[in-house]
Design a protein. Structure first.
Length: 417
């Protein structure tokens, strides 16, 4: 082989070797798939979770109104009693004796009056014939009037003695459940004061008393003035009781009282709701959690909790734009409930919020948006994904979507901001 041919062959071999050693370009990774939820503004209930204490609808003390020895208890402790039912018996003998004495005094006064009336009538008859002086007539009529007054006083004493004798049978002032006996038989009661014997509570309805801070009330009123919240009237505000096992009590109550005075010790306003208790399942004195629906929040967004993230700056979500770019949006999220947040600011209508796969995206990167469905795997949408338009599933906040009494949502907003 001639020298030029060998040189040409060597050059080709070197070029082939260099081409073989050139690294191959890595294939570009496709954008990650994320499950998104297209959100729209909606009206959701304005609720607050509060702690309250139950109290009887009516409560009445049963007291000894006359002095005497307690003879016996007639009712069964803890049983239901009717208004006017006899509960205790006080020894009636001294009271009966007082009544008899009063009746005797009445009879004496009536006799005196009869005699005085006869004398006065005689004097009036003889006066025209001048058989008696004018002075004698005046004295006779004065004695008659005094005797008549004595009769009235004796009649009043008889009435008082009869009333006191009736108080020997201590009755229930209202219908309800009678409590524990406070005084045992044989005790002397009613000597210096009206001795407490027991208490009757009406519990077929119960009050639940709770309070709301002034700060929260002012925040709610500001939100109402700005148009973001519409508060209900007292009679329209619904209250639900949550039992100790987490279940909701079967009868809803209504807010029936809101105090106008702030308690200086707590800085809160007292509120009260009336709860039906036909089965007497709730008992006075219990502490319960209540869900108070105070109105409606307008133009709010309901977002799954998985979509809301937090850092030092506060709450935020990722949204996927129509160009496939991911953007971060800082939001105000309040009232978490049933796996959802109520977002009051930071989002716009038709935003595609990333719900699943948030760990795969970052601000400014691209992502492939797939409609998200509840129960979808973490990487994206479920097999039966919603249509491509990403219509939001039924995320309207449930009846308990938000907690609140007559005034306070802005406080939550302020915290998030």
């Amino acid at each position: 082989m001639t020298a030029p041919v060998r040189s040409f062959a060597l050059g080709c071999a070197i070029l082939l070797a260099l081409a073989a050693c050139k690294p191959q370009q890595q294939p570009q990774m496709p954008p990650p798939e994320v499950g998104v939820l297209k959100v729209d503004p909606q009206t959701v209930p304005l609720q607050r979770d509060l702690v309250g204490r139950l109290s009887p609808f009516r409560s009445s003390d049963v007291r000894a109104r006359v002095p005497g020895v307690l003879v016996k208890r007639v009712y069964k402790e803890g049983s239901d009693v009717k208004e006017g039912q006899v509960l205790f018996q006080i020894d009636p003998a001294p009271l009966q004796a007082s009544l008899s004495a009063a009746q005797a005094n009445l009879a004496s006064a009536q006799a005196t009056y009869a005699n005085a009336k006869v004398a006065a009538d005689r004097a009036r008859q003889l006066a025209p014939q001048n058989y008696v002086s004018k002075s004698d007539v005046d004295n006779a009529e004065a004695a008659e009037r005094s005797a008549a007054a004595a009769v009235q006083q004796a009649q009043a004493n008889v009435s008082t003695a009869r009333i006191n004798l009736g108080y020997a049978s201590v009755t229930a002032p209202i219908s309800g459940r009678a409590g524990k006996q406070q005084v045992t038989e044989g005790a002397l009661v009613g000597q210096s004061d009206a001795t407490l014997l027991t208490t009757v509570d009406q519990i077929d309805q119960l009050y639940v008393n709770f309070s709301l801070s002034v700060t929260e009330l002012e925040a709610l009123r500001r939100a109402q003035s700005n148009g973001g919240v519409e508060l209900s009237g007292t009679a329209e505000s619904k209250v639900q009781v949550v039992l100790s096992d987490g279940t909701v009590y079967g009868h809803d109550g209504v807010l029936d009282f809101s105090d106008m005075v702030v308690d200086p010790a707590t800085g809160a306003v007292t509120l009260r709701a009336l709860i039906p208790n036909p089965d007497q399942m709730l008992l006075p004195g219990m502490f319960v959690t209540i869900k108070a629906t105070l109105g409606e929040r307008k133009d709010a967004f309901v977002v799954p909790q998985d979509a809301v993230l937090r850092d030092a700056s506060g709450a935020y979500v990722f949204v996927v734009g129509t160009d496939g770019k991911v953007a971060r949006k800082n939001v105000t999220a309040v009232s978490p409930r049933n796996g959802q947040w109520i977002v009051t600011s930071g989002l716009a209508a038709n935003d595609q919020v990333v719900v699943s796969g948030v760990q795969k995206v970052q601000d400014g990167a691209t992502a492939k948006a797939i409609p998200w469905q509840p129960g979808a795997p973490a990487g994206g949408a479920s097999a039966g994904a919603a249509p491509a338009d990403g219509k939001q599933p039924d995320t309207k906040a449930p009846a308990d979507a938000e907690q609140a009494p007559p005034a306070a949502d802005a406080s939550d907003d302020a915290e998030q901001k």
